[in-house]
Design a protein. Structure first.
Lengths: 382, 261
């Protein structure tokens, strides 16, 4: 099993009482609630935390992309990746961007170029995650969500060709058209950096990622543990449908993770920060989260149904623990929970979110240290 | 209720209804999922044969593969007029339907006699933003469309008792509206440039308290079409055909009588 430390880089100094007055922490929360003095220090703190994880023994460190939100301060994640590459020079550590949102740009070639540059800068240590972005992104970019899937697939095809085919060549699509595709620099890794697909678990994603010509690792994020298991299971069945046996290297699980000396200490130290993540930073009404076309009407109805009652009340730490939305406990407890899921699905990519919500620096580092020393080493043989 | 018809055209079945008798009047309805405007249609049907289609992608009609943007709707309706052989048609459209009417008319007014646009999408006015119907909750989408909040509450009460079929219909209309309106938001930059191609009498009808398409946007239409008439309905939101059905129908009928056919 391999371990990747993940960070959202939230604006953890936000005044929740003020922010709660708005429709969402996304898109419409005025940026006057961001203090650049505090924010500038946060970037340093968060980059230090990821470098700390790399030095502590994680196989990789991960960033991701969101726009116009206090939930994550990385609208341009490849900029952070670039800083991380430099800070981990000479180390055998992957830099994973999970992921870049393909449909919301008008020129996906810039994404091909950026990753090719990162691959050169890191001498082949980059992992390229591709996502559609969450629904809010379609409000903040005004890209039509009706074409989200089409644009994702087309941009993906374009980027992979831009990485692998000798240029210049012409690309003729429905959404993207280029007379000259000729990416300088070319990628260091052959045929190209690994592509990972973070997902919230849609069936369409599994079917697409599992196709024999792709076999992309899918990282299941932000889901109750039962859903993660179900998702891994669907991927396995989908692979069988395609006529091959899945490898655990195709299955990932990302979840907010906190390890401490005992279960009780872990719960006490993490509870309020996890609640801040789920109740505050992730406060998104359905209109923002599921704009028309982002999902099929049927999926949307299923999701609205499953969210009934959720919006009305805050989730508590105990709710999150019961549903397995989060991974919290002593090193032994956390190890056992990971082992239990591995026993069921065979997954081999573990992506703990080492900081979440308002979790302060000292606790992030303490938990990350314990995870690296007491959790990861014993699970590596899995 | 009117009589139900359908047209199979280019791989899609499009449903429409006909009400009353008289000169042909094509009513292109708005994108909201509120109940039809029965009083409005009844008023018009006393003097006209009113044809009310479910737009491609909306309500009971199919969502054809060729439906990518507002231009596709315009060409579809030009075919529709030919297929039904409607001539000297009085074109009436509300909101998104008003935008459709304008897109039809800039292409050709050959089969059109007069045009009435009710708070249409289609052109913008910088500094006078549209309401964000895609950000609003279903409740806000009713409340912000109407001036009369007691009426809004009636619709909301009915919606709370709705069947799942209606909920699906609500989402279908919303998906179709997004397909046509998401970006550029509620307008087509080309349309404003070609509005002078509309060579038929045109009236704009607008509620004075419209939160979806603020009445200030009428100024853009008037600059492009100086001969157009602007009729304001007071104490009225985005849906005059629902809030003031008789007054709205009367304005349309008297405009048509006045400008002749």
């Amino acid at each position: 099993m391999k371990f990747f430390a993940f960070h959202l880089m939230p604006y953890r100094h936000l005044d929740f009482d003020k922010a709660d007055a708005y429709r969402s922490y996304w898109v419409v929360l005025p940026n006057t609630h961001y203090d650049p003095q505090k924010g500038a220090r946060l970037y340093q703190e968060y980059i230090d935390q990821l470098v700390f994880a790399a030095k502590a023994g994680f196989d990789g460190i991960c960033v991701n992309e969101h726009h116009q939100t206090a939930y994550g301060l990385m609208p341009a994640p490849n900029l952070i990746a670039s800083a991380l590459i430099d800070r981990t020079r000479g180390m055998d550590v992957k830099i994973a961007v999970i992921g870049r949102a393909l449909p919301i740009v008008s020129n996906p070639l810039t994404i091909a170029e950026e990753f090719a540059m990162l691959d050169n800068l890191s001498d082949g240590r980059v992992i390229a995650g591709f996502v559609r972005g969450i629904g809010c992104e379609y409000h903040s970019t005004e890209v039509n969500p009706i074409y989200s899937h089409e644009r994702f697939h087309e941009a993906h095809d374009l980027i992979v060709r831009a990485w692998t085919e000798p240029g210049p060549f012409a690309f003729e699509g429905e959404h993207f058209n280029f007379g000259y595709v000729n990416t300088w620099p070319r990628c260091v890794q052959t045929p190209h950096p690994p592509i990972w697909i973070p997902s919230q678990g849609s069936g369409e994603t599994i079917e697409w990622a599992a196709a024999p010509e792709r076999k992309y690792p899918v990282i299941m994020a932000f889901s109750p543990v039962e859903a993660v298991i179900r998702f891994h299971e669907s991927y396995r069945r989908q692979a069988e449908t395609f006529g091959y046996k899945i490898s655990g290297d195709q299955l990932g699980w990302s979840t907010p993770t906190y390890v401490a000396e005992t279960d009780e200490i872990a719960a006490r130290e993490s509870a309020e920060h996890l609640e801040a993540l789920f109740n505050n930073f992730f406060h998104i009404p359905p209109e923002l989260l599921f704009p028309p076309g982002y999902t099929s009407i049927r999926s949307l109805q299923a999701m609205l149904e499953s969210r009934k009652g959720l919006a009305a009340s805050r989730v508590t730490f105990n709710d999150l623990m019961m549903r397995g939305n989060v991974l919290v406990g002593s090193a032994a407890t956390v190890r056992e929970k990971i082992e239990a899921i591995h026993a069921k699905t065979g997954f081999r990519i573990m992506v703990p979110m080492i900081q979440f919500g308002t979790l302060p620096d000292d606790l992030v580092k303490k938990s990350t240290q314990i995870f690296a020393e007491e959790v990861a080493p014993r699970l590596r043989p899995l | 209720m009117g009589s139900e018809f359908s047209l199979a055209w280019r791989g899609a079945t499009i449903h429409y209804r006909r009400f009353g008798q008289g000169p042909a009047l094509l009513f292109l309805r708005s994108e909201d999922s509120l109940p039809e405007a029965p009083a409005f249609i009844d008023s018009l049907a006393q003097h006209f044969e009113v044809v009310v289609p479910d737009h491609p992608g909306f309500r009971t009609s199919d969502t054809p593969g060729w439906l990518k943007g507002i231009g596709d709707v315009a060409y579809f309706y030009l075919d529709f007029l030919e297929q039904l052989d409607l001539r000297s048609v009085h074109l009436v459209g509300g909101s998104l339907g008003g935008w459709m009417a304008a897109e039809i008319a800039v292409r050709t007014c050959q089969r059109i006699a007069t045009i009435n646009l009710i708070a249409p999408f289609g052109v913008r006015r910088k500094g006078t933003p549209f309401g964000d119907i895609f950000m609003w909750t279903p409740e806000e989408n009713v409340q912000h469309r109407l001036f009369d909040q007691a009426l809004a509450e009636q619709f909301l009460a009915a919606a709370r008792a709705q069947s799942p079929e209606t909920a699906t219909a609500y989402l279908k209309d919303r998906y179709a509206a997004a397909r046509l309106c998401w970006h550029p938001r509620f307008h087509n930059p080309e349309l404003e440039r070609w509005l002078p191609r509309i060579v038929r009498p045109l009236q704009l009808i607008w509620g004075d308290s419209d939160k979806v398409v603020p009445v200030g946007i009428a100024e853009t239409w008037r600059q492009a079409l100086p001969q157009a008439r602007l009729s304001i309905i007071e104490r009225c939101g985005h849906l005059p055909q629902i809030e003031h059905p008789k007054a709205t129908a009367d304005k349309i009928r008297s405009f048509i009588n006045e400008v002749g056919t």
